[in-house]
Design a binder for this molecule. Structure first.
Ligand SMILES: *Cc1c(COP(=O)(O)O)cnc(C)c1O
Length: 381
């Protein structure tokens, strides 16, 4: 079975994890520090903190901003639940802004339209690894004095049009990555937050570990080396050294992962060009995406088959597909809690109705690619 995504683990990864198992540290230790430094080197950010998963990273990134309870935050409906849930955890009302129908990313003009005097946060998501227009989003944020957190769960290795890497935080306060197995690099579960702001970095460090510090400069008294103080309500969101060692080993393959993902996207784009009912993804001018998903739009009505039927036909040929994403505002929890309803974000809803994610991962062989192309042409021809 060819799935829509799959991790890529080689012998170096296995050796890296095994060597930690033979060391003195299992949970957060020297490998976590190394992994954080590597992410700083690759992204160009000043600070990085590794966390147990991106959901935890988003939670403490929003918490670190210390926004008031009546604040609103703006994100895209075309995302995984965690991009909006992180606001709800912090008592912030998630407001959505509709997507751009070409890139499927949040539309900056729609974002600006939803700004009120309660807005405190913009949270763009680099969908499928395609960077949002961060220059424009950061200009809007500056104009309205808002914070910006980039959800880059899909986008490690992606470059903005000026060549800088997602995660450098030149246009945001913080960027959050995910290392779930289906994402570009994996640590099993895992995530990271990057920032250039020392204050935010210090707050993130505390929030990751119970709100506790041993920093002499922060303690109210210091009776001995055993002493610590809890200064805020934090969590246990630490990454283990086993995960971090795997992360370091995976990062060494990021260049290969990106190259291979881009090659597969190019093969698909050529093969599917000119199909009547299928639209291939469009990479914005100048950016270099490390594609996480190959998201196509299918005119199921024109084709005369339902998505369920097409997915079943592909499955019969050994091909797994997925749908990214069910618009967050249409989830029962969001409808009940915040009063959203179908029709609130028509572009994201129309996009969702036609979306299909085809297999994309570095371990896909040339033969697998051919199998996918042939099956897709038959099922959607
Ligand atoms: C996967 C994902 C997350 C959550 O990542 P975890 O590491 O699984 O917590 C957040 N946002 C987006 C856009 C994602 O795709």
């Amino acid at each position: 079975m060819i799935g829509y995504g799959h991790q890529y683990i080689d012998d170096d990864d296995i050796r890296a994890v095994a060597s930690v198992l033979k060391s003195d540290y299992l949970t957060q230790g020297p490998a976590v520090g190394q992994f954080e430094q590597e992410i700083c080197r690759i992204t160009g950010a000043r600070y990085c903190i590794a966390v147990s998963n991106a959901t935890a990273g988003l939670h403490i990134a929003v918490a670190a901003l210390g926004l008031g309870k009546d604040t609103e935050g703006i994100t895209t409906p075309n995302t995984f639940l965690a991009s909006a849930n992180c606001m709800v955890y912090n008592g912030i009302r998630p407001v959505f802004a509709d997507i751009d129908p070409v890139s499927y990313n949040i539309d900056p003009a729609e974002m600006e339209r939803h700004i009120t005097d309660r807005t405190g946060l913009l949270l763009p998501v680099h969908f499928a690894g395609l960077p949002c227009d961060m220059e424009r989003i950061s200009a809007i944020a500056k104009k309205h004095k808002l914070h910006v957190i980039e959800d880059a769960a899909h986008a490690i290795g992606s470059q903005y049009a000026d060549g800088s890497y997602v995660g450098c935080c030149k246009h945001s306060d913080m960027t959050v990555f995910s290392f779930h197995p289906v994402k570009t690099i994996t640590t099993g579960e895992g995530g990271a937050v990057t920032t250039n702001d020392e204050e935010l970095y210090k707050r993130l460090l505390m929030l990751r570990s119970h709100g506790v510090t041993k920093d002499e400069k922060l303690l109210t008294k210091n009776p001995g080396p055993w002493y610590y103080e809890m200064l805020s309500l934090g969590f246990n969101y630490r990454m283990t050294d086993m995960q971090a060692a795997l992360g370091c080993s995976q990062l060494r393959k990021l260049g290969f992962f990106k190259k291979r993902r881009r090659e597969i996207v190019a093969v698909y784009n050529r093969a599917f060009a000119g199909m009547k009912y299928l639209k291939t993804p469009v990479e914005p001018e100048g950016v270099s995406a490390c594609f996480h998903l190959y998201a196509v739009q299918v005119d199921f009505a024109g084709l005369g088959k339902s998505r369920t039927q097409v997915m079943a036909e592909l499955r019969e040929r050994g091909i797994g597909t997925q749908v990214h994403y069910i618009p967050v505002h249409t989830q029962p929890y969001y409808k009940e809690t915040f009063g959203y309803k179908e029709g609130d974000y028509p572009k994201a809803e129309k996009y969702y109705g036609q979306e299909l994610s085809l297999p994309l991962y570095p371990g896909l062989s040339d033969g697998d690619e051919e199998t996918v192309v042939k099956a897709v042409k038959e099922a959607i021809g």
